[in-house]
Structures are given as structure tokens and as C-alpha cells.
Design a protein around this ligand. Structure first.
Ligand code: GAL
Length: 385
């Protein structure tokens, strides 16, 4: 009787343990079935995803998320650029440090430098994965304003660091007036005054940086349907965006570029193309603090770009729901389905920065972003485009 009871009990225990194990396994594999903007977002190890200022790449059935690894006390790079992967966009597996910082104090990407907003694109001709990111040299604050490039045979890395520089040295933007080229490189006007702003619009900083190359801070990449790739970045003391064409191997600049919204003070560029129309979402310049997003459209990457206003709507739209754009993801296999990816920065505890992913919905030819506490990809079936 007693042995029977014990056997029965042991059997029950085994069944309970197995059931717990199975449910834990399936829980850890398909934990999320929706996006929860602003909440902790755990990877397959149970850690908050550490890929800030990120960008996504879709390659052969898998999404790869690249972003800044942040620590608790500093926004500087002490680990490097992270790579996560996912099949469904909700559940992410930590893959690797795709581009580690260097232990060599003489390296441009030495630990303690600033490596921000990494983006990776795939080059079909060379079969290489190419990463560009905003690089600031160690100990120089944000003065260097360079873009860095690294390359890999596999999406997850390791990426081999190539070089960093200020692009387009010795080149005028395509939309630069002939008469602006010979004007002085300095001005008597005080910063932030109307005369000064007009001088910026008429190329003051493009002239100043003509020989050494244009500044490149917040940036993104875009590959067009014809395979041409573009590097879009905040230049001219963050006052003007530049859109620059990359070479066929995506490893350098061709020298062809335009200025966008001169003196408009745009950062955090994120771009997408719907049909034949290009849309750009940006932020204003208030450092880690959120501000109202902006949006633009153009039927050509080379402009003219038309200003469309703040795409965010509803409560806290004036602060873009406490976020700053970093990337816009075209969802694979769905028509006209785009996700706004933004960062809710936590400069005092950077690792705790949150991800604000929201659907980009089109209303009257304009991108619109509304808040959802929870949403999933089925929203793109319900929405009329
Ligand atoms: C933000 C920028 C971030 C980071 C920060 C530093 O405006 O978007 O990527 O550079 O400034 O203050």
C-alpha cells in the first residue's frame, strides 16, 4: 500500500516536472506574441535586449537586429555593436557582439570611443554584409563626427573594421548654388540668429568642411530597389541632413550628395519607400531628450523633399511618445507594412533604454504613428492602405 502510494507520488512528480519543463521550453521559445512598446524586452537568455540606436536587416528568412551595447554608467562603447536574430520580430536570440571594440588604445574603435546607430546592408554583388555607424574618437566628445565602416561574410559577424572618415571631401552637394561656392567660410553673424541661419542655408558649413570632409553624426542606410545604397546623416553641426550615394560595393562614397532641410536641425534619420515614394522620419536636436518627430516625402531620393510635419498623433505625440527614431522596417511578406523603431533613451542608466516599435500607418499620403500599449503584425491586415 505504502510502496504503491510512493510510486504513484513519484510518477506524479515526474509528470509535473516534465509538464513544467515543456511549458518553460515553449514559453522561452515563443514568449512574445505581440510588441509591448516601452516595456522590458527580453532576449532568449532572459536579458533586456541590448541593441540601442539600432537597425534591422532581413536576410534569407531571418531578421537581424544590430544596435549599440550600452552599460549602466556610460553611453560610450565598451563592448561594441550587438547582433540579435529573429524569425517573427517578437522573439529575439542573442547572436554575438558583431563588431567588438578594440583593446588596442590606438584603434579608432578602442574601448571608450562612441559607436552609435549601426546599420547593416547586404551587397548582392560582393556577397558581403556592410556595417556603417557613427563614430566618435575616444576622448573627443562628439567633435570627430565621423562615419565608420566594417565588413563581414556572415550577417552575425565578426565584422572587420575598415576605416572611418568624414565623407565627401572636396565635393559640392548637387543642389548647391554656384554663387555660394566662393563665399567666405566664416561669418560675422552670431549663432542662432536669422542672418546666421540664412548663411547656413546658403552653405556656410559645407564650405567650412569642404576640404576635410562633411561631418557625419546620426545616420542611417538605405538600399533602393535597383541596388544603389545611400548613407543619410546629420552634417553641418547637426543643422542639415546629407544624403550621399555609396559606391557599388557599399564601402565608400561616390561623392554624389544633396543637402536636405538646410538649417532645419534634423537628427535620427529613418527612411522607407512605399511604391515610388520615399518617406523620411527624423527628430529635432535635443540630445537624449525626446522631441517632436518630423517627416518628409519625395518622389526621388535626390529631392526635392517636402516637409509633412510630425507623424506622431495622439497623447505625447509632441515628444514622439518619449522616443527618437532610429529605423523604419519594411515587414517581409506584407504589402505596405512598416514599423517605426525608436529609442526611449535612459542616459543615467543607458542599458535600461527602451524600444518603441509602432506601426507606421499611411493617412492621406502621410506617415502616421499612433501609440499602442500592445500590438501585433495583424494590424497590417486590418489597416487600409
Ligand atoms: C542624440 C543622438 C544620439 C546621441 C545623443 C548624444 O541627439 O540622436 O544618437 O548621439 O544625441 O547626446
Amino acid at each position: 500500500m505504502l510502496t504503491n502510494f510512493l510510486n504513484h507520488k513519484a510518477g506524479l512528480c515526474v509528470i509535473i516536472i516534465m509538464a513544467l519543463f515543456i511549458s518553460f521550453e515553449s514559453f522561452s521559445q515563443t514568449k512574445y506574441k505581440a510588441f509591448h512598446p516601452g516595456e522590458l524586452w527580453l532576449d532568449d537568455h532572459g536579458d533586456h535586449i541590448n541593441a540601442h540606436g539600432g537597425g534591422l536587416l532581413y536576410h534569407k528568412g531571418t531578421y537581424y537586429w544590430f544596435g549599440e551595447n550600452k552599460g549602466k554608467d556610460s553611453n560610450n562603447a565598451f563592448v561594441g555593436i550587438m547582433c540579435y536574430s529573429s524569425k517573427d520580430l517578437y522573439n529575439w536570440k542573442r547572436e554575438a557582439v558583431a563588431l567588438p571594440v578594440s583593446t588596442d588604445p590606438d584603434s579608432e574603435i578602442t574601448a571608450g570611443s562612441i559607436m552609435e546607430r549601426p546599420k547593416v546592408i547586404y551587397n548582392k554583388k560582393t556577397k558581403k554584409f556592410v556595417m556603417w555607424f557613427h563614430l566618435e574618437l575616444k576622448g573627443q566628445g562628439y567633435a570627430a563626427a565621423r562615419t565608420g565602416v566594417a565588413v563581414s561574410d556572415k550577417p552575425t559577424g565578426p565584422y572587420q573594421y575598415k576605416k572611418s572618415y568624414r565623407p565627401n571631401a572636396g565635393q559640392w552637394p548637387e543642389n548647391f548654388e554656384e554663387e555660394w561656392k566662393d563665399r567666405p567660410v566664416t561669418t560675422e553673424a552670431d549663432w542662432w540668429t536669422e542672418p546666421w541661419r540664412n548663411e547656413v542655408k546658403e552653405g556656410l558649413f559645407v564650405r567650412r568642411d569642404f576640404d576635410k570632409g562633411q561631418m557625419s553624426r546620426d545616420m542611417t542606410l538605405f538600399v533602393d530597389d535597383n541596388g544603389k545604397a545611400y548613407h543619410i546623416h546629420s552634417a553641418e553641426e547637426n543643422l542639415t541632413l546629407h544624403i550621399s550615394e555609396l559606391s557599388d560595393d557599399y564601402l565608400s562614397f561616390t561623392g554624389r550628395y544633396i543637402t536636405l532641410a538646410p538649417a532645419g536641425h534634423n537628427e535620427a534619420p529613418a527612411i522607407f519607400k512605399q511604391g515610388e515614394m520615399y518617406y523620411l522620419i527624423t527628430s529635432g536636436c535635443t540630445g537624449w531628450d525626446p522631441n517632436a518627430a518630423r517627416s518628409f516625402k519625395s518622389s526621388s531620393i535626390w529631392g526635392p523633399w517636402e516637409y509633412l510635419g510630425n507623424p506622431a498623433q495622439g497623447e505625447h505625440a509632441d515628444l514622439t511618445f518619449y522616443s527618437q527614431s532610429t529605423y523604419i522596417l519594411p515587414v517581409q511578406g506584407k504589402k505596405n507594412a512598416f514599423i517605426y523603431m525608436g529609442d526611449r533613451w535612459r542616459p543615467k542608466d543607458p542599458i535600461d533604454g527602451r524600444y518603441i516599435w509602432l506601426p507606421v500607418l499611411m493617412e492621406n499620403g502621410k506617415p502616421v504613428i499612433k501609440w499602442f500599449d500592445e500590438w501585433d503584425l495583424s494590424i497590417f491586415e486590418k489597416e487600409m492602405h
